[in-house]
Design a protein around this ligand. Structure first.
Ligand SMILES: [Zn+2]
Length: 125
């Protein structure tokens, strides 16, 4: 986990501004900051998709294995529960990254009107 070099707060590798002291972690060049924000948002989007996919797979498999408990052994039922728990964990990670993404979008909003077509906010069409 990297640290903010201004205040030593733990930061995420996708952070462009320190969540604690609000100072830039990528230098003072505004265009570079904007570029890094868009890059981080893209990274987060892939991350969120991956977490959601894994959560779906694990919960589905967990429920199937858990369901098999009814016809089979107790041990397989426990595996099912474990899979569902991991799935819920992945879903929580997806949510956490979504919040981070929202924060980055807010920071990007401070750079003025969106002139780039490379990053399109999900849901805006
Ligand atoms: Zn800081």
């Amino acid at each position: 986990m990297p640290y903010c070099h201004h205040c030593r707060t733990k930061i995420d590798e996708v952070d462009v501004f320190c969540p604690e002291c609000d100072r830039s972690l990528v230098g003072e060049d505004r265009r570079w900051q904007e570029f890094k924000l868009r890059e981080s948002i893209d990274i987060l989007r892939y991350r969120i998709d991956a977490y959601v996919a894994w959560a779906t797979i694990l919960v589905t498999v967990g429920l199937l294995i858990g369901g098999a408990l009814l016809f089979s052994s107790y041990l397989e039922g426990l595996f099912g529960i474990a899979f569902v728990c991991f799935g819920v964990g992945f879903a929580a990670s997806a949510k956490r990254n979504q919040r981070k993404s929202d924060t980055l979008w807010e920071q990007l909003g401070q750079f003025g009107p969106d002139t780039s077509r490379t990053a399109i906010r999900p849901g805006s069409g």
